[in-house]
Design a protein around this ligand. Structure first.
Ligand code: IMP
Ligand code: MG
Length: 181
């Protein structure tokens, strides 16, 4: 057994499980987008690890762009969404795939989907590494999901708590003692 940092309650999803699931997702996208050239949009910063692993597993032609959103979070609950960095290129006529780390209330992605739809792409789909459906406050259904998880605050593999823990290779449940002080 790996020893883990006391900040973490336990490992929820290991790097090995992530690798395996990402290969499955990439194969599905290769099939669904055969003959197309999708544009993958990385939602910084949380999606960075998932995005780079997923795109290296995709074999069809594609391109990438980056966007940064902030969802004014108070502790572990989400609030209003604001754009920090927009895409570099227009998306008119493109088959867009938004790559997100985790869907919680759904507010971030419903804002983003509306915004991108107004720019007239050919299609928009969402892939999320994690989904916490029990926490949803606005209706939002991802098209591809890595893992559906319980209502727990998780960190690692890109996910942070107050900008910490993003570089850990596995996904952990954060100990409540870290944020319930
Ligand atoms: P939503 O707008 O409530 O769906 O929140 C989505 C964003 O909140 C994600 O992109 C994450 O940045 C952040 N978030 C939600 N849940 C977690 C979590 O368990 N750990 C780390 N970040 C989270
Ligand atoms: Mg995020």
């Amino acid at each position: 057994m790996k020893t883990i940092k006391p900040d973490f309650e336990r490992i929820l999803i290991s790097k090995e499980q992530l690798d395996k699931r990402i290969k499955e997702l990439a194969s599905q996208i290769d099939i669904d987008y055969a003959g197309k050239k999708p544009l993958f949009i990385c939602i910084l910063k949380g999606s960075i690890m998932f995005f780079t692993d997923l795109l290296r597993a995709i074999t069809i032609d594609c391109s990438m762009d980056f966007m940064s959103l902030s969802s004014y979070r108070n502790n572990t609950t989400s609030g209003e969404v604001k754009m920090i960095k927009d895409l570099d290129e227009p998306i008119v006529g493109k088959d867009v795939i938004i790559v997100e780390d985790i869907i919680d209330s759904g507010k971030t992605l419903s804002y983003l989907k509306r915004l991108l739809a107004s720019r007239n792409p050919n299609s928009i789909k969402i892939i999320t590494m994690l989904d916490k459906p029990d926490r949803r406050v606005v209706e939002l259904q991802p098209d591809y999901t890595g893992f559906v998880i319980e209502d727990e605050f998780v960190v690692g593999y890109g996910l942070d708590y107050a900008q910490d823990y993003r570089h850990y290779p596995d996904i952990y449940i954060l100990s409540r003692s870290v944020y319930e002080k």
